[in-house]
Design a protein around this ligand. Sequence first.
Ligand code: G16
Length: 539
Amino acid sequence: MIRIVKTTPYKDQKMGTAGLRKKTQTAMQENYIENFLQSIFNTIPNLEEKSFLVGGDGRFYNKTAIQKIIKIAIGNNVKKLYIAKDGLVSTPAGSAIILKNKLSGGFVLSASHNPGGINGDFGIKYATSSGGQCQPDESLAIQEQALNITEYKIADCDDFDLSTITSYTQENTSIEIIDPYIDYIKLMESIFDFDKLKSLFKSNFRFVFDAMNGVTGPYGKKIFEEILGAPKGTVVNSIPLEDFGGLHPDPNLIYAKDLVNLMYSETAPDFAAANDGDGDRNMILGKKFFVSPSDCLAILTDNYKLIPAYKNGIYGVAKSAATSMAVKRVADTLNINYYEVPTGWKYFINLMDSNRISFCGEESFGTGASHIREKDGIWATLFWLSIIAEKRTSVKEIALSHWKKYGRNYYLRNDYENIPQDIADKLMADLEASLPSLINKEFKGYIVSDAHPFVYNDPVDKTSTKNGLIIHFKDGSRIVYRLSGTGTSGATLRTYIECYETTNLLEDPEVMLKDLSEVSRLISYITSRTGKTKPDIIT
Ligand code: G16
């Protein structure tokens, strides 16, 4: 039986950079998930012809929310649901499944790299038939529905068992429990030379993959250990846990601490990678060496010919404006298309769909390609393994020879967290208003050459998006300011700082960018407005 339930809107139910992201206890409020799902379904016509994927990264409250989503979908007469077995699917595998089966979209329940548990965060990433994040106008339409919702439709039925591959029919909806690994693994096999990778693992090569107790544990076990022959135990933190074992499943130098300590110890293996909770973010490490995400994109792009799927050429590459300029140097040299977009993977989708780019990446530990429409942590790891298998040299050597060829864009992201929203908004508004007056001014020896809001004009659908503020200096350095769209408490101000060097290639970025970090605070009055004399997080 289908019930129509009267409800009232939650005024905080706004779409962030990648969908809904909230404190878990916020999401657990009565009707919270139901309202959100109904709001999405209200924006999609002819649901009786539509099929969707449902799964998640295994975090706390996913199981309950998945059952709610199934019942709301049945209530709305959805044609078919593909539910990942045990409710587990990574964001990249989800995108692959949506594209392969030509689904109308999907829901990956994840707050990504944010911590989980009842006191952590919960989220719903909603992907459309594109296989990726919905576009800004679609987000607005959903938000409009959520802020005005008065009722939702839900099936009155028992919970479904998601632990075996089977199928059910309820009302007009068919429900298929699917293997969430197989299509993704086949896709990886179609891109990379698995035989070459197998031979790498037959050598003395040692690798650690940290799944951070998130969803890539089972993917990593199957791909690296079972198929490629890496020794058992190569994948660590491999069982998806509801609270990520208390870890903050964010693959960066701060939160992947154990892995970083291992890689900077005397017993470090040759290569390590970590993925975040839902498997779209990645961090790459060598022995005593960290590859920044911006450099990662540049190095992968420079080495595209090593990968069978790309050996005949790539269309081009794109990065978010906040990501360093390193990849532009590669694109210019290779003479391939190059685009700079606002933060958010959604902005890459039109460029991939129209064959303008093949690779893309963001400073926030995201690298990916047009095989799917999300960033892809395992793809990035396999790409690095392929480069190593070909060059048989260390990660540090690979990065150093890249910098010798192109120069190095030293880069830091400084985050100022938990700022009251009104203070953060005013800081950005005042900074934007002051930009014209900064031109030609000098700060600690850095002279501003240009300062403007970042505006992106999408070449495909002709929309224009404003995101962040950019200050250029005469020596080629840059500072980018923007507010995070994925936080769940207060506002996070991110400042992205970079300079360019051709000779001094192996310095500590914090040393190289000390003065420029200071300049970023001076220009925007961060300290007097927020009381913070230094960033909370530096990545
Ligand atoms: C999400 C989006 C990314 C984006 C990031 C930005 O990442 O998918 O495309 O770069 O947010 O985060 P912020 O707005 O906080 O800087 P994820 O991995 O959290 O889904």
